[in-house]
Design a protein around this ligand. Structure first.
Ligand code: PBG
Ligand code: ZN
Length: 322
């Protein structure tokens, strides 16, 4: 035998030495759901360990997290006024805007603040754009989304993350932010976002389920792989700084394929349903939570993800899993 691959697996030292994939604390982004009020820390049933926070409590939680290296957060606003035209989404007084200002005030550059940009939590119908005759109107939605991104940039967000899947929204946001002097606000695009049942628990958390119909006329069909590269490369051309694949676990091929086709950093979003499945099985004692979580994280990195957005971030960093 000339090749004995087991030689390189002989003991922990050699295994560590030849490990192809490394994870770093810097790769993790932690999502937060922000609500109005004070003193609110309200658990989200379908996502064990995840809460709704009012801004004052959010600050306290982030203060704790920062000690463990959780220094990148992704904010979702919940519970705003819902209208047909999503006008509360680009208000300069939205809960996200207030949260961004408070966080930047308190933590400055030691915290990197990313905001989700989408109107589904701000519309009566729960769609990610402006609805006309049961169809989400692309260009009208893009105008609103760009205004929302600008409002977040003005509040001090370091990065905006559009999750709507309208065509042309990255260039619209880039242009509007640049025109207003926010050329240094970065864009992480949810470039390749599939219409997925894995978002189930999130829709409870964000109160953003469509009242009628589904999101298939804007989010991608999970049968399509080639099309995902069209989406990714369009966003690159339009000026996105980071491209994202979402969900992550069932879409490793897409992460891998994107890695071969772009030089930009790639983020993957380990979404609510993926998180809750692990939590539920772990609570039953059917799986080893730490081992399963870390196997998933290494798999994302092996597939080509540079950044990982995950609700497991707190466990991973605070419990010293890496
Ligand atoms: C809203 C949005 C969703 C998620 C992030 N932003 C849900 C959806 O598109 O229905 C999903 C996040 C998760 O499931 O963790 N556009
Ligand atoms: Zn949406």
């Amino acid at each position: 035998m000339t090749q004995r691959p087991r030689r390189l697996r002989k003991n922990p030292i050699i295994r560590e030495m030849v490990a192809e994939t490394r994870l770093a604390k810097d790769m993790f982004i932690y999502p937060y759901f922000v609500v109005e009020g004070t003193g609110v820390v309200h658990p989200i049933d379908a996502m064990p360990g995840i809460n709704h926070f009012s801004v004052d409590q959010l600050i306290k939680d982030i203060e704790k997290g920062l000690k463990h290296g959780i220094n990148k957060v992704l904010l979702f606003g919940v519970g705003e006024e819902k209208t047909q035209d999503a006008s509360s989404s680009f208000s300069n007084n939205s809960v996200v805007v207030k949260a961004v200002k408070a966080l930047k005030d308190k933590f400055g550059d030691s915290l990197y603040v990313i905001t989700d940009v989408c109107v589904c939590a701000y519309t009566t119908h729960g769609h990610c754009g402006i609805l006309h005759d049961d169809y989400v109107h692309n260009d009208e939605s893009v105008e609103v989304l760009a205004k929302m991104a600008l409002a977040h940039a003005q509040a001090g967000a370091d990065m905006v993350a559009p999750s709507d899947m309208m065509d042309g929204r990255i260039s619209a946001m880039r242009n509007l932010m640049d025109k207003n002097g926010y050329e240094n606000t970065a864009i992480m695009s949810y470039s390749i976002k599939y219409a997925s049942a894995y978002y189930g628990p999130f829709r409870e958390a964000a109160d953003s389920a469509p009242q009628k119909g589904d999101r298939k006329s804007y989010q991608m069909d999970f049968r399509n792989g080639n099309e995902s590269m069209t989406e990714g490369l369009l966003d690159e051309v339009e000026g996105a700084d980071v491209l994202m694949v979402k969900p992550a676990l069932a879409y490793m091929d897409v992460i891998f394929n994107l890695r071969q086709n772009t030089l930009l950093p790639i983020a993957c979003y380990n979404v609510s349903g993926e998180y809750s499945m692990v939590k539920a099985a772990a609570a039953k004692g059917w799986i080893d939570e730490q081992k399963i979580v870390m196997e998933n994280m290494y798999a994302f990195a092996r597939a080509g993800a540079n950044l990982i957005i995950t609700y497991h971030t707190k466990d991973i960093l605070e419990k010293g899993w890496i």
